[in-house]
Write a protein of this length. Structure first.
Length: 251
């Protein structure tokens, strides 16, 4: 057999295109983003957020993750969750500083978006960040050698920690307040959605007034929950590091 034919067959067998199975394409990021935009236009905000979560899960780089965050900020703004919307805008513009709004929004949302862009640009000027997909250097950390068993001194005392009661009580109160605040916030959102469906101005106004009152109550409850959680953390740090020694009798 001709030597050239043998070499040609060998090269085909070891080539990635012949020796490895074809890689199937992953989920379609653009299709999920299009679905999120479509249901957003239909005012189905919760479904739009679900589609954005799915798109983020299959995003391949910082640019795609930035697009997801910016559209999420628009949806959250329409839901009345302004602080979450601003955080999403900041995340997206940190990844894609020159991004633009992908859909038509209200003037207020557009102003918030541009204000976040200016803040992000100022932060980037003060402390430039590496590209989002740049490899992260891993420090060369070598474990310390374990001491020989014969050189480990026997402990003279054993620490007995007492579980602080106050931090646990504050944490439990924070969980309860957070649950109530979340429920009231859901009721506020329900009233906003009902106001959009009302045909009469008086009914719409009544629903919006109820939504504002519930939103205020929800913010107060959630603020109290955060305060309780912070108090629990502080008291735990202050009281949780006071072990009482128990003397161990050496044989």
């Amino acid at each position: 057999m001709d030597l050239r034919i043998v070499l040609g067959v060998a090269l085909m067998l070891v080539s990635p295109a012949w020796g490895q199975p074809a890689v199937s394409p992953g989920p379609d990021f653009q299709a999920r983003m299009s679905a999120a935009s479509r249901v957003y236009e239909d005012l189905d905000y919760e479904h739009s957020l679900e589609q954005l979560d799915a798109a983020k899960a299959v995003a391949r780089d910082g640019g795609e993750r930035g697009r997801v965050a910016i559209l999420r900020g628009i949806v959250l703004a329409d839901l009345g969750r302004r602080q979450e919307s601003l955080s999403a805008f900041k995340e997206g513009l940190s990844l894609v500083p020159d991004a633009s709004l992908p859909v038509k929004v209200s003037p207020k949302v557009s102003r918030d978006f541009e204000e976040v862009r200016r803040n992000v640009q100022r932060e980037l000027v003060r402390s430039p960040r590496p590209p989002p997909d740049a490899p992260v250097a891993i420090a060369d950390v070598r474990p310390e050698p374990a001491p020989s068993p014969g050189l480990v001194p026997a402990p003279a005392q054993e620490e007995v920690r007492r579980t602080p009661v106050l931090p646990l009580a504050l944490q439990g109160g924070g969980v309860v307040l957070g649950g109530i605040g979340s429920y009231v916030g859901l009721q506020s959102r329900s009233n906003v959605n009902a106001a959009r469906d009302d045909e009469f101005y008086s009914d719409r106004t009544a629903h919006l007034d109820s939504a504002r009152g519930q939103a205020l109550a929800a913010n107060i409850l959630l603020g109290a929950a955060v305060t309780a959680a912070a108090g629990a953390a502080v008291t735990w740090l202050l009281t949780g590091d006071s072990p009482s020694p128990r003397t161990e009798v050496s044989p």
